[in-house]
Ligand binder design. Structure first.
Ligand SMILES: C[S@@+](CC[C@H](N)C(=O)[O-])C[C@H]1O[C@@H](n2cnc3c(N)ncnc32)[C@H](O)[C@@H]1O
Length: 329
């Protein structure tokens, strides 16, 4: 691992790179009508932060990693945030300092509230509206790296039955419903995020009579579902989940074959599964729906503003025209 640049040097390097990125990527964002995008993506390894714009407001996240006995110097992050404030004096900044959390598995805290500043705002993307929160949660409610996949789902949804698993704030569902889906079902374990999803759907004037939001453990829900099959399924699970509201734990590396097999049973012949994961060293098991000819879509699903990190990997699985496969023996 590279040594971190000291605060003053980090601030200067970041300021220079921000100016360059805003010139180049800023043109792309303007051309594409993108108003929520990543200005800086850990571009310089020894200045490990991210800077995201949500329509004029900035979210800066400290991505330094602390060892077990290491204390991260808060002055370093302060210097970096000050450099960003100087580079974009017009933008309110929401800084997310790093908490001592070296292993999310131990804390299970990846989706816990961070503070209580209440910085909500409505933003646009792809002609849709989303309520984001820039201060109180670890994530804002809109994962910017999934922008291309959301567009793809919106463009493919017309007339289809769409299932959104681990739906979070329902961003994929908003695209599907406003893209003309005949019906959608969105499943998540968290009432907080389902309420947020309902709010996002309402902001886009989606009639909830054809768009169900269900609170359940995805695994249990998939086992119990007896309704009509789905033509398009979005499955973007967390890397790891151990909520008290579910039985056992979920580990994407360990459990993705069973998850995809269960999803396949609910997918209509000729239907598509959009699968993605943020796991840093994910390997798709060759036996994962092998007969569905998975195609990796990461190159087109990661947008240009995420140039330096690989925020996710994604695949598209297409159901054979015949009946769905049985679970492996
Ligand atoms: C990575 S986010 C999904 C992001 C979403 N696909 C998007 O792009 O907007 C993970 C979500 O999974 C939910 N979750 C975690 N474990 C779950 C489980 N076992 N069953 C259902 N939802 C779960 C969390 O509440 C969270 O909303």
């Amino acid at each position: 691992m590279t040594a971190l640049a000291d605060g003053a040097r980090a601030a200067q390097m970041l300021a220079d790179r921000l100016a360059k990125n805003r010139r180049h990527l800023g043109k792309w964002a303007k051309r594409e009508g993108v108003t929520c995008w990543r200005w800086y993506d850990r571009d310089i390894p020894d200045v490990p932060v991210t800077v995201d714009e949500y329509e004029g407001a900035l979210v800066v996240a400290d991505c330094r990693r602390a060892g077990a006995d290491e204390v991260l110097d808060p002055a370093w992050f302060d210097a970096v945030v000050a450099a960003i404030a100087a580079a974009a004096p017009e933008a309110p900044i929401h800084a997310r300092a790093r908490r001592r959390m070296t292993d999310r598995r131990e804390t299970g805290a990846q989706y816990q509230r961070q503070g209580d500043a209440g910085a909500w705002r409505e933003v646009g993307e792809g002609g849709r509206r989303f309520h984001v929160n820039l201060s109180d949660y670890l994530d804002t409610g809109l994962f910017l790296d999934h922008r291309p996949s959301r567009g793809e789902v919106g463009a493919a949804a017309a007339g289809k039955r769409v299932l959104n698993l681990f739906c979070y704030t329902g961003a994929f569902t908003v695209y599907a419903a406003t893209g003309g889906a005949a019906a959608t079902v969105s499943v998540d374990l968290s009432n907080t995020y389902l309420d947020w999803a309902a709010d996002n759907l309402a902001r886009n004037r989606v009639d909830l009579r054809h768009h169900a939001l269900e609170r359940a453990d995805v695994n249990a829900w998939l086992g119990a579902y007896r309704g009509p099959k789905f033509d398009l399924v979005v499955c973007d699970p967390p890397t790891f989940s151990n909520s008290k509201k579910m039985h056992g734990t979920f580990d994407v590396l360990r459990d993705h074959v069973e998850l995809l097999t269960a999803v396949a049973r609910l997918t209509a012949p000729g239907g598509t599964i959009v699968f993605s994961t943020n796991h840093r060293s994910f390997k798709l098991e060759p036996r994962a729906l092998a007969e569905w000819a998975p195609v990796e879509a990461t190159r087109r699903s990661v947008p240009p503003d995420f140039g330096y990190s690989r925020p996710h990997r994604s695949w598209r699985f297409t159901a054979p025209a015949g009946p769905s496969p049985r679970a492996p023996g």
